[in-house]
Design a protein around this ligand. Structure first.
Ligand code: SF4
Length: 423
């Protein structure tokens, strides 16, 4: 078991993405927000995402000022942002794609969005990159939930639209959009800022696909969301272990070299082959693997021996029954054979359904007063010991008749011959 973490989370502000980090992996949250270990990890995807967002930010700033840029002008803005973002710190994971391929991904996003929304007059932009937030009381303490809305717009029908741009390769479905809580938390902030708001639409533009998803939350969903966010903050504040939570997201985690699940494999992989074999941990694991291998071999062998033993016992019992004897003599040992016919009742663990039926039937009879909790063993023992008479006896007999099954139990025990033991 891991030592409890000595630091506590001292945050007073939570963004939806911060809450998401905790939800996905408390240990990653600890590294980032409690220990405050800074690991800026730039990937081609993040460079494209930031450049596209910046281009759209400038686009709507121009549109709000009364000037609609041309597509080449917008692409020039994008390319400028991309060039500024792409530096030597970018971590490329897939050698099949070069810098220009990534630049084109963003250019295509910009073009698709531009052509789909030009002349950008479907709504009125209220704010771009707007900070929104609201206070929340959790366990008697005041916190704030805060974040940035990509664009806040007013639709012609008077509804607020909270707009988010996504440059991700994957396109989620409507169900996913309806479960998202980042924009939904922003909605709570918008409603507090403009209390007379009737409708708020949450809108995601998946700009790689030219597809827009919209989600509308009702009052009940908003109340639940607030309660869930409060519960999550409470969990963070009470967490002292920040357990790692492995998932496919680990592939993208910037703290793998610190994480207890990956730190040692990363360390060992970096060792020169000659040193690897001498490493303390590597040696221990090799020894353990060998023991496990032996254990498995012995288990398999034991299984075979058990099967052979069963067969030998059955052969001896057959032989004893045919010869009408209960002790079969060998040269150095003798096998005693006990043959009994027994009745078995269904057990709770063996045949749960039958057992429940038996109990239900037993409850209907006077016998139930005798065995207030159904105990098959007590029932059989009671019959054997002639403990009951009259109605109780007849109920017990009926139940055993209905639910019992008889077996012909044969037990074989091996005993060394005394004269052999002396040798
Ligand atoms: S590697 Fe995975 S389990 Fe470890 S901290 Fe990162 S996300 Fe969590």
């Amino acid at each position: 078991m891991q030592e409890p973490h000595l630091e506590e989370d001292r945050s007073t502000k939570f963004s939806p993405s911060k809450l998401s980090v905790y939800q996905n992996c408390p240990r990653r949250y600890q590294y980032r927000y409690v220990d405050k270990i800074s690991r800026q990890r730039k990937t081609p995807e993040t460079v494209v995402g930031v450049a596209v967002h910046s281009a759209f930010e400038e686009l709507y700033a121009l549109v709000t000022g009364g000037k609609v840029p041309t597509l080449p002008e917008l692409q020039e803005i994008y390319e400028r942002e991309f060039a500024e973002g792409w530096d030597e710190t970018v971590v490329e994971k897939d050698a099949r794609f070069a810098k220009d391929d990534w630049k084109k991904v963003g250019r295509d996003c910009v073009e698709l969005y531009y052509n789909g929304h030009h002349p950008f007059s479907a709504d009125r932009t209220v704010a771009i990159e707007k900070r929104v937030g609201f206070p929340i009381t959790v366990d008697g303490h005041e916190y704030r939930i805060e974040g940035f809305v990509d664009r806040l717009a007013l639709a012609p029908d008077g509804a607020f639209e909270i707009v988010d741009y996504k440059t991700a390769k994957s396109l989620p479905n409507q169900e996913h959009a309806d479960e998202d809580w980042q924009l939904a938390l922003y909605e709570l902030a918008v409603r507090r800022e403009w209390p007379d708001t009737k409708e708020v639409r949450l809108k995601w533009h998946y700009v790689r696909h030219g597809k827009t998803l919209v989600s509308i939350r009702d009052e009940a969903a908003r109340v639940k969301l607030l309660a869930d966010a409060g519960a999550l903050i409470s969990a963070i504040k009470h967490d002292h272990a920040f357990e790692p939570k492995p998932s496919p997201l680990c592939d993208w985690c910037e703290y793998r070299d610190l994480c207890p699940l990956f730190a040692d494999p990363i360390r060992v992989a970096a060792l020169p082959p000659a040193e690897r074999a001498k490493d303390g941990g590597v040696k221990l694991v090799a020894a353990y693997a060998e023991i496990e291998e032996r254990r498995k071999r012995l288990k398999d062998e034991l299984k075979t021996v058990e099967a052979e033993r069963e067969k030998a016992e059955s052969d001896i019992a057959d032989w004893a029954e045919a010869a009408k004897v209960s002790v079969v003599a060998g040269e150095k040992a003798q096998a005693s054979v006990s043959i009994k016919d027994e009745t078995h009742l269904p057990t709770k663990t063996g045949e749960a359904e039958k057992h429940a039926l038996l109990e239900a039937e037993a409850r209907k009879t006077p016998l139930w007063n005798e065995v207030a909790r159904l105990d098959g063993h007590a029932l059989l023992e009671g019959l054997k010991a002639h403990r009951w008479t009259g109605q109780v006896l007849s109920a017990a007999e009926t139940l055993v008749e209905r639910f019992g099954h008889r077996t012909h139990k044969r037990t074989v025990r091996l005993k060394r011959r005394a004269d052999d033991e002396d040798q």
